[in-house]
Ligand binder design. Structure first.
Ligand code: ADP
Ligand code: ZN
Ligand code: ZN
Length: 718
């Protein structure tokens, strides 16, 4: 990495004549494309330890930076002192970011092919990067004042449930790791409702007792409130902070500071929390480790799950990955070598549900045997048998959850005369009809218009919705079961702050008989009175081109099933219905037996023969352009540039560039190129040596219509 002098030099004009000056190397926010990839040199009046947060001039601005190291690496040009600008100020009383933090940032930047400065600044609380020393001082004063206040009358800690035998066995294993253990990363593989959370809490308690801090990670903010309440009840009197994107900037800064100062005992957060400096870290828990939300989908596309494992190794603290349906990567890592796995993690299992709870019986409903509606007659919203089963639940005062992974009223509007469809003018996608506010909305670029009264092409007044989303299903169910109270939870109804909490509370309070929802309600929620879960239209994933689609669908359906029968008093007779055209598909038969293990085995076999992860390692080079040719043209040249290198490294395949699944979004064309390698080191070597070349190449391609490009290491969707 080169060290460069900032564009506009003010040449030490603020330093008093003759004052001794020390060189510091500072990371500032600089995206990869700026070419400023490494730390920049500045002058400070005294030596500043690495990790110090300070303000430095950059061009015409003053920006926040972090002292990285003190001396230029060998082979880097050394700037003469009089060419360097002085540091403006240091943020007072902010302890330097620890070595571990810097190591983690460095690893993430290298592994995910981003600049160090971008990575370092991205993982700091946004507000910290905007405060000058005076503002920061004021913040800190307020924070310390708040801390000086005696803690509020702490609630009496809740009574601890007696661990089940399975929990006991797992806790014993965690307390006595085998001496020859390769690592202290554990996979806790436990059914939904097996009491994994209880294990996290007990293990957290041990870490706290030993004086440690606990990092507890969850996939989505919408799942934090319930867990937050449980953690708060268990650890009353402890300092617990949350970290996720739903906080205000001020809250986020405050929580981060409490963690960094070692004052917070427990940090409960989403993927961004993995970078929180915690001086006494004693345990990392990653709940629902398989969840795709752990992977950042833009900018630095890091996997917080993988970084958590890395961090655990760095800090020599145990990492507990929990799931009922582990990602195949994690499963492979936890599978003993004797069984064909990597044997890297230790696997702990809890197959049974706590208490009398049992998993619902899975019923596959064969759609091909449903009667066709007579001409002029509308088909029932769900197969009649399923509708009847839901009706019975309503009559008994039990709840049902109906899942449909498509929000809106109908995915497309169509003119019955000329065939016009509600295409998005900016994307290669249909605009979705939302009946509540009578809009057509593009779910890719957001373009929203009122629904036209007549066909924009031919003026025909008869334009009708085709297909069905959650809004329509809600309406249909309310019509078919008029005595039922139907509710809906999806990204549309939960846009407003607090709306999701309100909706969930009304479900918990029993004010909803039938809940229609997208995948956001399938995960994690501890619904007590749901006895029937139905997947309305889950078949698409069986034939998707994405090799992870089946894995994701299996996890989702099993999670969804886990929402039913959670309370022993209603567990008997609870059911998971799957409406399908392919009732004998292996995915559904494995689901019907709750047999993750054989599903994983079969999937791993397929992956192995197809040369896919975890047996191969992938990176995706993505490009966006004004035209598809511009995007693909860049990728073709990018491949050509590194072909030789790839051949030299061996075992690397560069696939031809192709348009992405939705190829045009907001008038930008998108294409991608898959890179497949037999080994991770080979892939890393290829990428680290290619990135600079691609940067230069991108420069040449800009005039030809290239807009953006990026590397996605270990991409989730391909
Ligand atoms: P998971 O996280 O594996 O889905 P949870 O930890 O949410 O499961 O546990 C499911 C339910 O069982 C919760 O209501 C929890 O309070 C209860 N539970 C967990 N462990 C015990 C236990 N040892 N004794 C009694 N109830 C328990
Ligand atoms: Zn028309
Ligand atoms: Zn659009």
């Amino acid at each position: 990495m080169k060290s460069r002098q900032p564009a506009l030099s003010l040449a030490a004009d603020a330093a008093p004549e003759g004052a001794p000056q020390v060189r510091v190397r500072v990371l500032v926010e600089a995206p990869q494309h700026s070419g400023l990839t490494g730390p920049l040199d500045y002058l400070a009046p005294e030596a500043l330890p690495p990790g110090t947060v300070l303000r430095v001039p950059l061009g015409r601005r003053i920006v926040t930076g972090v002292v990285w190291d003190t001396a230029a690496a060998e082979g880097e040009p050394a700037w003469a002192d009089d060419q360097l600008k002085p540091v403006v100020e240091v943020l007072p009383d902010l302890p330097p970011l620890p070595l571990i933090w810097r190591q983690l940032v460095k690893f993430a930047a290298t592994y995910y092919q981003r600049s160090l400065g971008e990575m370092a600044m991205m993982v700091l609380p946004p507000e910290l990067r905007q405060l000058d020393a005076v503002q920061w001082g004021r913040r800190l004063k307020r924070l310390t004042k708040a801390l000086a206040k005696p803690p509020e009358d702490s609630a009496v800690p809740e009574a601890l449930p007696e661990p089940t035998p399975e929990q006991q066995a797992v806790l014993a294993a965690l307390a006595h790791p085998p001496a020859d253990a390769a690592s202290s990363t554990y996979l806790l593989w436990g059914s939904t409702g097996s009491g994994k959370t209880e294990v996290y809490l007990r293990q957290a308690d041990r870490a706290l007792q030993a004086g440690g801090q606990v990092l507890l990670m969850v996939p989505e903010i919408n799942l934090t409130p319930q867990l937050e309440a449980r953690v708060a009840a268990r650890f009353a009197g402890r300092s617990i902070v949350s970290l996720h994107s739903g906080l205000t900037p001020a809250q986020r800064l405050r929580h981060w500071m409490l963690a960094h100062l070692g004052l917070a005992d427990i940090v409960l957060g989403t993927r961004l929390a993995v970078f929180t400096p915690m001086p006494r870290l004693g345990l990392v828990v990653v709940d629902e480790e398989h969840d795709p939300s752990y992977k950042q989908q833009d900018g630095a596309r890091y996997s917080a799950r993988d970084l958590a494992v890395y961090r655990g190794q760095l800090e020599k603290v145990p990492v507990l990955l929990g799931s009922a349906t582990p990602s195949l990567e994690t499963w492979f890592n936890a599978l003993p070598q004797a069984e064909g796995g990597a044997g890297r993690y230790q696997r702990l299992t809890m197959p049974s549900r706590v208490g009398q709870g049992s998993m619902p019986r899975v019923r596959r409903l064969d759609l091909s045997r449903e009667p066709k509606p007579r001409p002029g007659q509308e088909a029932p919203p769900l197969a009649q048998a399923l509708l009847d089963a839901i009706g019975e639940r309503v009559a008994r005062g039990e709840q049902s959850l109906v899942l449909l992974n498509r929000r809106g009223y109908a995915p497309v509007l169509q003119c019955s005369d000329c065939g016009w469809k509600s295409e998005c003018p900016q994307c290669s996608a249909w605009r979705v009809f939302h009946k509540v506010d009578r809009t057509l909305r593009c779910h890719h670029c957001g373009l929203t218009d009122r629904v036209p009264r007549a066909c924009p092409h031919c003026g025909n007044l008869d334009i009708h919705p085709v297909g069905r989303g959650t809004e329509k299903l809600e309406e249909q169910l309310a019509a078919a079961l008029p005595e039922a109270r139907v509710g809906r939870i999806d990204a549309d109804v939960t846009k407003l702050k607090g709306a999701l909490e309100d909706k969930l509370a009304s479900v918990h309070a029993g004010e909803v008989d039938i809940l229609v929802g997208t995948q956001m309600v399938a995960k994690g929620h501890d619904f007590r009175r749901i006895t029937l879960v139905a997947a309305v239209n889950p078949d698409a994933a069986l034939f998707a081109s994405d090799f992870r689609a089946a894995e994701r669908q299996f996890a989702l359906l099993l999670q969804a099933a886990g929402r039913a029968g959670r309370d022993a008093s209603v567990a008997q007779g609870s059911e998971m219905w799957v409406q399908t055209w392919h009732p004998d598909h292996p995915l559904y038969s494995a689901l019907a037996r709750y047999d993750y293990e054989s599903f994983a085995k079969q999937q791993l076999k397929e992956r192995e023969s197809a040369g896919l992860p975890p047996y191969a390692h992938l990176a995706m080079l993505r490009a966006e352009g004004k035209t598809q040719e511009a995007a693909q043209g860049f990728l073709e040249d990018a491949a050509r540039l590194v072909e030789e290198l790839a051949a030299e490294l061996g075992g690397i395949l560069l696939y031809p560039p192709v348009p992405t699944a939705v190829q045009r979004v907001a008038n930008i064309e998108r294409a991608q190129m898959l890179i497949e390698a037999g080994s991770r080191p080979a892939l890393q070597r290829l990428l680290s040596r290619s990135t600079e070349r691609w940067l230069a190449l991108a420069h040449q391609h800009r005039p030809r219509g290239l807009v953006r490009w990026a590397v996605d290491v270990d991409p989730l969707a391909i």
